[in-house]
Design a protein around this ligand. Sequence first.
Ligand code: KDG
Ligand code: MG
Length: 402
Amino acid sequence: MRIVDIRVIVTSPGRNYVTVKVVTDGGITGVGDATLNGRELAVAAYLTEHVIPALIGRDPARIEDTWQYLYRGAYWRRGPVTMCAIAAIDTALWDIKGKVAGLPVYQLLGGRCRDGVTVYGHANAETVDGVVAEVARHVELGYRAVRVQTGVPGLAKTYGVSSGDRPYEPADAAVPTESVFSARRYLDHVPSVFRRIRAEFGPDLMLLHDVHHRLTPIEAARLGKSLEPYDLTWMEDPVPAELPAGYRLIRQHTTTPIAVGEVFNSIWDAQQLITEQLIDYIRATVVHAGGITHLRRIFDLANLYDVRSGSHGASDLSPVCLAAALHIDLSIPNFGLQEHMGHPEPAEAVFPHTYRLDGGYLHPSEEPGLGVDIDEELAARYPYRPASLPVSRLEDGTLHNW
Ligand code: KDG
Ligand code: MG
């Protein structure tokens, strides 16, 4: 079997997505997600100019060798653009292998380790009353775990909170918009939100919160400590992860579990946090961390150190990525939680899929391969629209982490 064509499909059914379709001489095709929010065309160009020409004529069955060829074989390696491109090709090759074998990908990965994939949904609102209603809506839908984000008094816009009644979408303009953050206002407010939510919903519901890299280590330690009475499942990305020592400091002060890694691209980004047991959940996922092949490697390392998976699953990770993530989630021993934000309605149609949500569980497709595709004709009706992630400043105008 040979690869005869690889198409890069850029489409915007409600938001931008980049998808590769690998075509083989026998007619079997595979898909992979290559979306890097706000930097989509950089990945598309890397694929078109540097990756695809080298892959035509290769045997699609050689997944590991192709991964090594694209990673080790490139002198300029790692980084989000490169790793998204590798991820997309790798995912598509697993899809092809499943179709050739006549098996869903999770069977190729060792088979089922659980009955379903526990997911967490997103409850967000500007006010505490509003977010209570949103959590109630998720509980009604069957979710067993909910991420809670609210506005902060005194700040015009807060990460994770929708504007109006549209689903939350941070990539909101062609040129980055700006918002203002204050650690003092944020730290004063967040514990009161979780006090209320825990009181309203009792002890069973798993609660999560995303700090989105906004705090310093000592501020994060204070937040973790103040949230302990409300028994969070995790506090996410409390500080940027360039400096793992920051997590050592947070750990010395709080037992609130920590989840990190949605921006990680490789096992090397996660190695120290995992091997020093500085985190509880590793949030790397298929599209940003080198595909199914490499993510399995990260989760295997995590398993040795009692760190569980908690894969990123925001709406900018396409249904192709989610489909692939579910096959991994089902088949690894150390699964923790899977994020489930859902996708814009037109995207659900552009990416026909057979994974399904049942109560608080997602179930991967039972079809051979990943069980997801891209309708290229429909995709062509949604042309790319430039959209950037915002930037964040402190109240005095200093540029901060978004
Ligand atoms: O593209 C960036 C988003 O995927 C990210 O901001 C979402 O932090 C996020 C999350 O936890 O879903
Ligand atoms: Mg996050």
